[in-house]
Design a protein around this ligand. Structure first.
Ligand SMILES: [Zn+2]
Length: 580
């Protein structure tokens, strides 16, 4: 299986391995080794290129520990749960939906605990480990709990996602963007989920890295100014409707997907295209990527439209690596309600509007003597009351009951004058909607290794794009002779001075060194040979086709630089130097 070969190389060559191996390991944690850490950083920097630089969404960094209040407001304290069941014999715990899916082959996402419990007993599903009976299903919260402060009185949690760190300082971010929609903010970093029994390697981690963008938009305008740039992108779409009908996915252009209503808005369609392009840039081919829409049963109740970007794998089937959702106004509204802060945005009309409005004007001559010291707070509350409701109450009941800080005051018709006035409105205050592309960096990392890996005869190649490969270039003397070694070291050091990740390798035959280099995805090898001493030229070997060209040492630095930022291709170089 390709997965096993890739994971084997990942372990052996320093990309990725299970953490805490010395102490027999803990499921759901992985170390990024020397090459893995650079590759992961390169993927994250590519993401920054896309979202921070090209889209203009600034990046922030918020704490990974969060107080309970914030996660209560976001819904995580009450709803961030998975259905759990326990074996009565061996006491092992399992995700109920996963073991039902394994036993029955059908997806049971979205079912209530009661229904899952019924399935377990009706279908005679037992402990996968020992065959023992399983308990009733209950909701298990996935957050890692901790305490804040020495006295431990304040409950905290490791953040379950990076997104909340963007919603909470929304007012400051809105001010930073001068109060204007749309704007986007991104955050990359660690997030934590105490998964019940993670058994899917790097696919299901308890500590993982997310890259999330929160794009705040006017609910009435979900267009995207750069949509025309992606309109012809072809997407493999698997809509909810086609999934329900048991049909296959279809290839569709972005503009067709939008116009047919398959994807709900231009902004969301643009985000799908961006995700597709990003994955292509990482070396993941289009034919293993699909966009799967959430079924209504798996979509959060507040969401308008959600798509998972999935990558095909031989070990785990289609795996979600990015989620892209239109979350409506849920997050800001909820934080507004819990914090009592106004998180609305003022949207100015292009032309101010005059509206006729009913107002309830208090008659001060009667108000003051009647309510005395309470009058000011009643007047204040009256301002926020709906005049048409007051009018109805006065007409139907002869009085209007106004509640002010727990006390009820009776307002009778003789205290109020109802009149219609013209009001000029410059704009309206609304909660912005949020479009959220959420990337799982670890899963993307895995997908990159899996799909860049290829085996030709007995040769293993990791076809990482040159701009994300962990090592840019290997410098080798053809044979281990002092004069060649000296030049090779000089070239390596000069490349390093130019901010290029260059390694030196002189052990074994040149063939073995090429093979080692290919296996970890080094795109280019520079070789110093005995002719170099006479002509001051070296060869550059291209990983993907083993082609070589010979160029002057003085050109090597600029050429390698241009190759690894993809400014030129090896083909360009071949035609240039073969002609000269
Ligand atoms: Zn058991």
């Amino acid at each position: 299986m390709k997965n096993d070969e890739v994971m084997n190389i990942a372990k052996k060559r320093g990309f990725l391995w299970s953490s805490f191996e010395l102490y027999s390991g803990v499921a759901g944690f992985f170390d990024y080794g020397p090459l893995g850490a650079i590759l992961k950083n390169n993927i994250m920097n590519k993401w920054r290129e896309y979202y921070v630089i090209r889209e203009g969404f600034f990046e922030i960094e918020s704490p990974t520990i969060m107080p309970e209040e914030a996660l209560k407001a976001s819904g995580h304290v009450d709803h961030f749960t998975d259905p759990m069941t326990e074996c009565k014999d061996c006491m092992e715990v399992f995700r109920a939906d996963h073991i039902i899916k394994e036993a029955m082959g059908s997806d049971v996402e979205g079912l209530e605990n009661e229904e899952l419990s019924k399935l377990l007993s009706n279908e005679n599903i037992c402990c996968p480990q020992c065959g023992g009976y399983l308990t009733h299903v209950w909701s298990y919260n996935l957050m890692f709990q901790t305490v804040i402060g020495a006295k431990g009185k304040k409950t905290g949690y490791l953040r379950p996602e990076t997104a909340q760190g963007i919603f909470i300082p929304f007012k400051r971010l809105l001010r930073f963007y001068r109060g204007k929609l749309p704007f986007g903010v991104v955050q990359m970093g660690k997030a934590y989920r105490n998964e019940i029994s993670p058994r899917q390697g790097v696919i299901r981690l308890r500590e993982f890295t997310q890259a999330e963008a929160e794009i705040f938009v006017n609910p009435l305008d979900k267009s995207h100014p750069k949509f025309c740039e992606v309109a012809d992108d072809i997407l493999h779409l698997y809509s909810a409707e086609r999934q329900s009908n048991g049909e296959h996915m279809v290839k569709m252009s972005a503009v067709d997907a939008l116009e047919s209503g398959t994807i709900s808005s231009e902004m969301l369609t643009y985000q799908l295209c961006l995700a597709g392009r990003f994955l292509n840039d990482l070396g993941i081919p289009k034919d293993v990527i699909r966009f799967r829409q959430h079924l209504s049963s798996e979509m959060a109740h507040y969401a308008i439209d959600c798509w998972d970007v999935e990558v095909e794998t031989d070990r785990y089937g289609w795996v979600e690596i990015i989620g892209i959702a239109d979350r409506s106004d849920y997050d800001l509204k909820s934080h507004s309600q819990y914090s009592n802060e106004d998180l609305k945005v003022f949207i100015e009309y292009s032309e101010s509007k005059v509206v006729r409005k009913l107002v309830a004007k208090p008659l001060m001559s009667k108000f003051g003597p009647l309510f005395k010291a309470d009058a000011p707070k009643i007047l204040e509350a009256l301002k926020d009351s709906d005049a048409s409701q007051i009018a109805h109450a006065l007409k139907d009941n002869g009085k209007y009951e106004l509640e002010v800080m727990g006390s009820i005051y009776q307002l009778t018709p003789d205290l109020l004058e109802l009149q219609e006035v013209d009001e000029t409105l410059r704009g309206v205050k609304i909660y912005p909607h949020v479009i959220e592309p959420s990337y799982g960096i670890d899963r993307i990392f895995y997908a990159v290794l899996l799909h860049c890996y290829c085996k030709e005869d007995d040769k293993v190649l990791l076809r990482l794009p040159a701009d994300i490969a962990p090592v840019d270039v290997n410098v080798c003397p053809l044979v281990n002779k002092d004069d060649q070694v000296k030049i090779a070291f000089e070239i390596r050091d000069q490349l390093r001075n130019d901010n290029i990740v260059a390694e030196y390798d002189s052990s074994g035959t040149i063939g073995r060194r090429y093979a080692r280099s290919d296996e970890i995805g080094v795109p280019f090898v520079v070789t110093v040979d005995h002719d170099t001493l006479d002509d001051d030229k070296v060869t550059i070997r291209n990983r993907d086709d083993s082609n070589q060209i010979r160029i002057p040492i003085s050109d090597v630095y600029q050429v390698i630089k241009d190759l690894i930022i993809l400014k030129i291709s090896f083909k360009d170089l071949e035609s240039e130097f073969l002609q000269s």
